[in-house]
Design a protein around this ligand. Structure first.
Ligand code: 4H7
Length: 244
């Protein structure tokens, strides 16, 4: 999959090449990352990318012309016609489902905002959708763009060494992950739940499912309101209530 990113701070994306599965996927050419800096597409000798806001107020606004030209270059470089996504506090919340439905796209263009934001005429004419990674304001869209690339890439077949690990992943079905344990069995007096040492795989999977449902109920009850429960889940939740 090809990612094109429009950003005033392309060097921030160097971190994607430092280590981890993302770096390996870039090296294996499973992923490609191309950066487009609006400053390189300015027409004045000062390479101006921002202007004072019409109507007054604090801060500066990203001008449409350098954004348009950088996005033109990205669309020329793209291997296909792809979605143009702006990371913004005004966007729809990014969910795991977004990654699932876009991991088979050939490309994705991500636009990173800075200053007080972007000239709305650029947003209206060139952006297909706005995504938000959470209800907080950041100083730029670069970290959210990396978040989107990470969550999408993890669903690309072959991205993770073990393709099974994504299948039972938390959040795909609106439940949180179950707790994990590793050696030693006794860590400063705190022991691993005995069922995990029993070797009984049926018991282990129902224990984990019960833990996952209980945590979701306690920590993120709003996730359960949209969830369709299986008969099995319903039983496990009822057992939880019975236990108190
Ligand atoms: C678009 C418009 C995403 C992008 C305005 C981006 C949070 C998120 C940005 C702005 C983002 C998120 C620029 C307005 C910086 C505020 C100080 C970039 N913040 N910003 N100003 N939650 N900021 O996904």
């Amino acid at each position: 999959m090809w990612f094109g990113v429009v950003t005033l701070f392309p060097e921030m994306f160097d971190v994607t090449r430092v280590g981890g599965v993302f770096k390996r996927a870039l090296e294996a050419e499973l992923l490609t990352l191309e950066l487009f800096n609006p400053r390189d597409y300015t027409l004045d000798k000062h390479h101006t990318v921002d202007g004072r806001p019409y109507g007054g107020g604090a801060g500066m606004v990203m001008m449409a012309q350098p954004l348009n030209a950088a996005l033109d270059a990205a669309q020329v470089a793209a291997p296909c016609v792809c979605d143009v996504v702006l990371l913004s506090p005004q966007g729809q919340t990014l969910r795991q489902q977004y990654a699932l439905s876009h991991c088979h796209d050939n490309g994705l263009i991500l636009i990173c905002g800075r200053y007080e934001g972007l000239d709305e005429r650029f947003v209206q004419s060139r952006v297909d959708m706005e995504l938000c990674i959470g209800d907080y304001v950041l100083s730029g869209g670069e970290l959210p763009a990396m978040v989107v690339m990470d969550v999408v890439a993890r669903h690309i077949p072959g991205f993770l060494g073990n393709s099974l690990s994504i299948i039972d992943e938390s959040h795909l079905d609106d439940t949180l992950d179950y707790p994990h344990y590793t050696r030693p069995e006794n860590s400063d007096g705190s022991v691993v739940p005995s069922v995990l040492l029993s070797g009984d795989h049926r018991k282990i999977s129902s224990f984990r499912r019960q833990e996952a449902l209980q945590r979701t109920f306690q920590r993120r009850p709003e996730l359960l309101t949209r969830k369709v429960f299986t008969e099995q889940d319903r039983k496990l939740l009822q057992e939880n209530f019975a236990k108190g």
